[in-house]
Design a protein around this ligand. Structure first.
Ligand code: NDP
Length: 276
C-alpha cells in the first residue's frame, strides 16, 4: 500500500521535503507518495482537512501555516503545545489529527550529534523571537546551557517569549539595534528570517568571541548573508540549516512510521542538490 504525505506551504515549490522523505522511505522499503501543496491563509484549514479525509497518513506544514495547524489539530505532543506551532501532522487510527513540532529536535540533533557543537554548560545567544525560536527553545533548554540570551529587533516580542518559558529557564533579553550583552556566546544561532532577504540581523561584530560557533537556520546553495558576516568576523564554525531540515524531517518520519532514518547520506545529498 502507498501511504500519502505532503508538505503544505506558501511558497512551497522550493521545498526539498519530498525527495528527503522519498530517500527515508527507500531505506525501509516503504512505498510513499509525498507531494507539495500550495495553500492560502483562507484555504489552509479546509485544504488540510480534505487531505486527511481523502486518506492521507500525515503531512508537514511550513511557513506561514504552522500556527493555523496548531489551532486545528485535535491533540498535540508536548513539543507542539510548548511551541504553539505544528510542523508535523499525523492521523490517529480514530481519525483525529495529532500535531507535533520537530523543528527543535532537528536543530539540536544537527548541532550536537552531527556538528559536534556542545550546548550543555555553554552560553547560547539566539537572534530572533518568531515561530522558529519558539520551536527551538525547549529542546535547547533541555541540553542545560549555562545561559540563553534572546536578541530581537522588536524587544517586546523577545520579552514575551522569555516570559512564556520562565517556568523552564531564566532567559536574558536584549535588542539587535542596541544590544547589551552579559556574555560572549559560545554558540550564536540566527533564527531570524533576515537571510531570506540577504540581510544580517546584527550589526555589532563585537559579539563574536574567538570560540563562537555560528548557526543559521536559513540555508541556500551559497553561504547565507549571516554566515558570510560570521565568517568575515572570525566565527570558529559556520553552519547552515540544511542539517536541521533533514533532521526535523527524520523526526517527522519517525512520528509517522516508527522508523528512524539514517540522515548522513541525505544531508550530503541536500548539500549537493540544494539549488537544483
Ligand atoms: P517569523 O516570521 O516568525 O520571525 C522572523 C524573525 O526574524 C522575527 O524575530 C523578526 O524580528 C526577525 N527579522 C526578520 N527580518 C529581520 C531583519 N532584517 N533584521 C533583524 N531581524 C529580522 O519566522 P520564523 O521564526 O518562522 O522563521 C525564521 C527563519 O528560520 C526562516 O528563515 C526560516 O526559513 C528558518 N527555518 C528553518 C528551518 C530548517 O529546517 N532549517 C525550520 C524552521 C525555520 P521582529 O520580531 O522584530 O519582526
Amino acid at each position: 500500500m502507498t501511504d500519502k504525505f505532503a508538505i503544505f506551504g506558501n511558497p512551497v515549490a522550493q521545498s526539498k521535503s519530498p525527495p528527503i522523505h522519498q530517500q527515508f522511505a527507500e531505506q525501509f522499503g516503504l512505498q510513499i507518495e509525498y507531494s507539495r501543496i500550495f495553500s492560502t491563509d483562507e484555504q489552509f484549514v479546509d485544504d488540510l482537512k480534505r487531505f486527511f479525509t481523502d486518506g492521507a497518513a500525515g503531512c508537514n506544514v511550513t511557513a506561514p501555516f504552522k500556527e493555523q495547524a496548531f489551532q486545528c489539530c485535535d491533540k498535540l505532543t508536548e513539543k507542539a503545545a510548548r511551541a504553539r506551532a505544528v510542523n508535523t501532522v499525523f492521523k490517529n487510527p480514530d481519525n483525529t489529527l495529532l500535531g507535533h513540532n520537530s523543528d527543535g529536535v532537528g536543530l539540536v540533533t544537527d548541532i550536537v550529534n552531527n556538528k559536534q557543537v556542545t550546548i550543555g554548560n555553554r552560553h547560547i545567544m539566539i537572534l530572533g523571537a518568531g515561530g522558529a525560536t519558539r520551536g527551538i527553545l525547549e529542546p535547547i533548554i533541555a541540553e542545560h546551557p549555562a545561559s540563553i540570551t534572546l536578541v530581537n529587533r522588536t524587544v517586546a516580542r523577545a520579552e514575551s517569549l522569555a516570559a512564556e518559558f520562565a517556568d523552564l529557564y531564566t532567559i536574558q533579553v536584549t535588542s539587535t539595534t542596541q544590544p547589551e550583552y552579559v556574555q560572549t556566546p559560545d554558540l550564536l544561532i540566527n533564527a531570524t528570517s533576515a537571510s531570506l532577504s540577504a540581510n544580517v540581523p546584527l550589526e555589532d561584530t563585537g559579539v563574536l568571541g574567538a570560540n563562537t560557533a555560528c548557526y543559521d537556520l536559513s540555508y541556500a546553495e551559497q553561504p547565507t548573508s549571516f554566515l558570510q558576516w560570521a565568517n568575515a568576523h572570525g566565527a570558529s564554525q559556520c553552519i547552515d540549516g540544511k542539517g536541521m531540515l533533514v533532521e526535523q524531517a527524520a523526526n517527522s518520519f519517525f512520528v509517522w512510521t516508527g522508523h528512524t532514518p539514517e540522515t548522513t547520506g541525505v544531508i550530503r545529498w541536500l548539500e549537493q542538490n540544494c539549488g537544483k
